[in-house]
Design a binder for this molecule. Structure first.
Ligand code: ZN
Length: 164
């Protein structure tokens, strides 16, 4: 704001956390976690997993996206589902909220029952429809949401490592 170079500084009363800040106190880079919406999408009893173009060949994941200004998380997850898969959200229920500290994100995960024809956006290269009992979450982020959803259905959870 004042064009002064930022400095790393821990302010009194702020838990000794060092933050990038203007030396004259005009501005602080709080670097708060960003909310990310995730959808465990169910179509006719099976779960839709999609692979991002930038990911290893065996990694299929939930549908995720960022919120837009002025929308509720439920509206956001329905919009992301439509944009990324062409599907329509019929019911949306919260699975839980999960840390993703490594990326400074907070994951808000929903179970979404959906209908329609699957048409992937360019950022997703392929999809699978998986029976719930065959899901294998990884031990991070959306994987914990998948595991909690499976346990809520009385399913055993077997974790896998990312990329294997
Ligand atoms: Zn300043």
């Amino acid at each position: 704001m004042c064009a002064a170079p930022l400095v790393m500084r821990a302010d009194v009363g702020d838990g000794d956390k060092a933050r990038l800040t203007c030396p004259d106190g005009h501005w602080t880079h709080w670097d708060n976690p960003l909310p990310v919406l995730a959808a465990l999408v169910e179509i006719e009893g099976r779960i839709l997993l999609a692979r991002n173009a930038a990911w290893p060949a065996k990694n299929f994941a939930l549908i995720t996206g960022f919120m837009e200004r002025g929308e509720t998380p439920e509206q956001g997850v329905a919009r992301e589902l439509q944009e990324e898969t062409g599907l329509h959200a019929e019911t949306i229920s919260l699975i839980g909220v999960y840390e993703f500290i490594r990326k400074n994100e907070l994951i808000i995960a929903y179970h979404v029952r959906a209908s329609g024809e699957i048409s992937l956006s360019p950022e997703l290269v392929e999809f699978r429809l998986v029976a719930p009992e065959r899901l294998k979450p990884w031990r991070a982020g959306t994987g914990y949401a998948m595991a909690d959803w499976m346990r809520s259905r009385g399913l055993d959870v077997e974790f896998v490592d990312w990329g294997t």
